[in-house]
Design a protein around this ligand. Structure first.
Ligand SMILES: NC(=O)c1ccc[n+]([C@@H]2O[C@H](COP(=O)([O-])OP(=O)(O)OC[C@H]3O[C@@H](n4cnc5c(N)ncnc54)[C@H](OP(=O)(O)O)[C@@H]3O)[C@@H](O)[C@H]2O)c1
Length: 310
């Protein structure tokens, strides 16, 4: 058995369970690629998701976290077309499989696309999950049209920073609500109006689309910000259909889907300068536990946190 180094958890829990250790190297099956990981993006909440720890409802520990990466194709399974060993790629790993916090990963070939030429590995690794979430929220689920008023709640977070830029790219008028941090940065990303909730300000609706990346008790306040016919999209938990219907709006929750075509779109937006990737911090893989713990730090830098693998 070939071994590699990986960040793993043997018991379900938080960052305190993560250990840097040798692990069996994964081999690609039919339709899969093996990738030598250069960098792995993390989502702080992923250790709270059932699928990180289970498959088909069953415990699957030990697990390797991180569901997004950049790296180089190192082996191809049978029936993989359009990719070659040596290609610089980026993409996602299914939530219920061992992830990217390792020297090597295996993922379905249709979860992978060529990385943007203009981005570093760290930047590319920060793009797939949050970028696809923002893209799918605003296109597939909210159907944002040119000229519409869009509110992004949490605009300096991993998803929110992409959402501001994508909403702008789609031709929307963008308002964002942030909790401290740089209003100037949010404007640079494309927000026309920035509301910092820490000084008691509230967004001035109504909006055609509200993307709530924060959720929690504040979600109740968002229904009243929608205009009739407006669309609310949430990422943390399903919204109340009754409260949305009461203001004549619709509301949807979804889970991001890997999509190679959309990854190609995001890479090309990055290469044309329409999409910037904000990096909050980067850590060597061996310090992966500290990387996950950094999510609990108030006032951390905006954007995504990334593990540097090699
Ligand atoms: N459904 C899906 O497919 C999917 C996909 C990806 C992510 N998610 C979920 O989406 C959420 C966001 O993910 P993320 O990676 O973007 O998280 P993140 O990087 O932690 O970003 C959240 C941002 O919102 C800010 N914030 C917190 N409370 C706020 C408030 N009341 N008003 C305005 N801004 C506020 C945070 O500021 P601070 O720095 O001050 O905390 C941070 O900038 C997470 O719950 C994640 O699990 C879901």
């Amino acid at each position: 058995m070939t071994t590699m180094n990986a960040l793993r958890a043997h018991i379900r829990g938080g960052a305190e369970q993560l250990t840097y250790e040798p692990a069996p190297a994964p081999e690609p099956g039919p339709g899969e690629v093996q990738v030598q990981v250069a960098a792995a993006g993390i989502t702080f909440d992923e250790l709270l998701w059932d699928l990180t720890w289970t498959r088909d409802g069953r415990d699957r520990t030990p697990i390797v976290p991180s569901h997004e990466f950049a790296g180089v194709v190192s082996a191809l399974g049978d029936r993989v077309t359009g990719l070659s060993v040596g290609d610089h790629v980026y993409g996602m790993v299914p939530f219920d499989r061992d992830g990217a916090a390792a020297d090597l990963l295996v993922t379905p070939a249709n979860h992978v696309a060529r990385a943007a030429a203009s981005l570093s590995s760290v930047e590319s690794a920060a793009l797939p999950l949050a970028g696809l979430t923002a893209w799918q929220a605003l296109t597939t689920h909210a159907g944002v049209a040119r000229g519409e008023a869009v509110l992004v709640i949490g605009g300096l977070g991993g998803v929110g920073a992409f959402a501001i830029q994508i909403a702008r790219h789609l031709g929307a008028r963008v308002t964002t609500a942030i909790r401290g941090g740089s209003a100037e940065l949010a404007r640079t990303l494309g927000a026309d109006t920035v509301v910092d909730i820490t000084d008691g300000s509230v967004p001035d609706g109504p909006f055609d689309v509200v993307l709530d990346t924060v959720g929690g008790p504040g979600l109740d306040d968002t229904y009243g910000l929608l205009r009739p016919g407006g669309r609310l999209v949430t990422l943390q938990a399903p919204p109340s259909q009754e409260k949305a219907a009461a203001v004549g709006a619709s509301a949807a929750f979804f889970v991001v889907q890997p999509d190679a075509e959309e990854l190609r779109t995001l890479a090309s937006l990055a290469d044309t300068g329409a999409l910037r990737v904000l990096i909050a911090g980067s850590y060597p893989l061996s310090a992966g536990r500290a990387a996950y713990q950094s999510g609990r730090t108030m006032g951390r830098a905006p954007g995504k946190t990334v593990l540097i693998v090699q």
